[in-house]
Ligand binder design. Structure first.
Ligand code: TGC
Ligand code: FAD
Length: 392
């Protein structure tokens, strides 16, 4: 069995900024990842299978709804703890972090923030315990970066609605019990709808042939005249701002998660460079490899500080969407760059599944695309600076 000897870099003593609760949450998650994720993840990724047996463990460590109040089954933690949980899970694999992100920020959060009391009572405790798994349907075949153009729609039929359309690239779709789906009403206003597996006309075909996030199940959501009871609409927020508000929470988690993937690549490359002898000495003793390691550690440290500060702003309710975009964009690009450099440091061994780096590298190609692409986040920052939306 693969031994997980990961040691986290903490060059600027970020631990001193954390509370005892933060460290306990972080260490609990790290221990769980070492025991449950590392030993199996490579083989699941190679086979392109999602390891469903991890769902109950994710619930137990509080990864489903970390910041949702305990009265609804969540862990009642703060935003730094939520970030640390995402960091540690993504240190294991971005696909497993995806499942936790979607469940927490894209399914539990909209039900918590926009749902009725009955909806919260019905779904949140079961989602927190892993008794129900959810997915989030925003992206469509013709509308990815521009979700406001969505075509999925619902019509009022008196005592119920009828939903038609299609979503694609949906994490967890193939096995999700419930889907939070965004669709337009007859006036073109976007609303969130809770769709349950088993509703007639609702299917979730799996998407195959992915070279990225192979240990995560991705699929479509097809709605063919699905009859929706009226109490399945999220009543308390509508418009594009409703799904985008959920994305803020998930993008924040990704800003932390990417640090986990970067730390794992750095730690693996450092260990390998110290052991690999070429020309009679460890490659760690060459200037070129030291440049790579020094730059990796510098970038990880900057990303850690960015995430921590963003977390404190979020705890105070002061973080803006544009600040979250900057952190998601910077930290994911940082992780992808580190994965590419680290892979080279392992030479041929870097392309094998004996090490985690190539898997992280391929996963991060999805992470830099989903939840808003690298370029869209740059345009969000540009709009925040200038007041002019360049994407329109
Ligand atoms: P725009 O006119 O700018 O805004 C429409 C309304 O939304 C408000 N708003 C936000 N509200 C909350 N949070 C945000 N981040 C918000 N951004 C905008 C805005 O104030 C406005 O409100 P109101 O009241 O005035 O109507 O919208 P736009 O159509 O011009 O688009 C802006 C743009 C491009 C930034 C946005 O569409 C965008 O972010 N596009 C990227 C799409 C995206 O991120 N999709 C992600 C799909 S989900 C996913 O990938 C899950 S992967 C999960 C995993 O596996 O981990
Ligand atoms: P497009 O929007 O077609 O963009 C293509 C390229 O054009 C990108 O480089 C983009 O940056 C660029 N571009 C677009 N508009 C502009 C512009 N105005 N100016 C300059 N450049 C521009 N979605 C969900 O709803 N739920 C999920 O659970 C989910 N999970 C996913 C899982 C995976 C593995 C992947 C890969 C995607 C997932 N997505 C999900 C979809 C994801 O959010 C979209 O792929 C993403 O928003 C980009 O949309 P697109 O792929 O249609 O690219």
């Amino acid at each position: 069995m693969k031994q997980d000897v990961f040691q986290a870099p903490d060059y600027y003593r970020i631990d001193d900024l954390l509370t005892e609760e933060h460290k306990l949450v972080r260490d609990t998650t790290r221990t769980w990842v070492k025991k449950e994720v590392t030993p199996i993840i490579e083989s699941y990724a190679q086979k392109a299978l999602f390891p469903k047996q991890l769902l109950s463990g994710l619930a137990t460590i509080g990864a489903f709804g970390p910041y949702i109040p305990e009265s609804y089954g969540g862990a009642g933690l703060d935003q730094i703890s939520y970030g640390l949980i995402m960091q540690e899970i993504e240190r294991g694999d971005s696909g497993i972090r995806s499942t936790a992100s979607v469940q927490s920020s894209l399914v539990m959060y909209p039900i918590f923030a926009y749902g009725s009391e009955e909806q919260k009572q019905k779904y949140l405790p079961k989602l927190a315990s892993g008794g129900l798994i959810g997915c989030f349907g925003l992206t469509e075949p013709n509308h990815g970066s521009n979700p406001g153009g969505m075509e999925t729609n619902f019509k009022d039929k008196g005592d119920h609605y009828v939903l038609n359309g299609a979503k694609m690239w949906i994490s967890n779709a193939p096995f999700a019990d419930v889907a939070v789906v965004w669709a337009k009403n007859e006036e073109g206003r976007i609303h969130g709808i809770i769709v349950e597996r088993g509703m007639e006309g609702f299917t979730t075909p799996e998407t195959h042939n992915k070279w990225s996030l192979r240990a995560s199940a991705t699929g479509e959501l097809i709605f063919d005249n699905v009859k929706i009871p009226k109490e399945h609409i999220l009543p308390h927020k509508s418009g594009l701002g409703a799904p985008l508000g959920c994305l803020d929470s998930a993008r924040y988690g990704i800003a932390w998660g990417a640090i986990g993937a970067a730390m794992d690549c750095y730690d693996t490359a450092l260990r390998y460079a110290q052991e690999r002898i070429q020309f009679g000495k460890p490659i760690a003793g060459t200037q070129l490899q030291q440049k790579k390691l020094a730059e990796m550690l510098t970038e990880i440290t900057k990303a850690q500080l960015l995430a921590w500060r963003l977390g404190t702003l979020k705890n105070e309710g002061k973080a803006t969407s544009a600040q979250i975009s900057m952190a998601k964009r910077n930290n994911v690009a940082m992780a992808l760059q580190i994965a590419r450099e680290a892979r080279q440091m392992l030479g041929a061994m870097g392309i094998t599944g004996d090490f985690s780096i190539m898997r992280h590298m391929m996963n991060l190609e999805s992470v830099i695309t989903y939840e808003g692409t690298h370029d869209i986040h740059l345009l969000i920052t540009g709009m925040d600076i200038t007041g002019i939306a360049a994407f329109k």
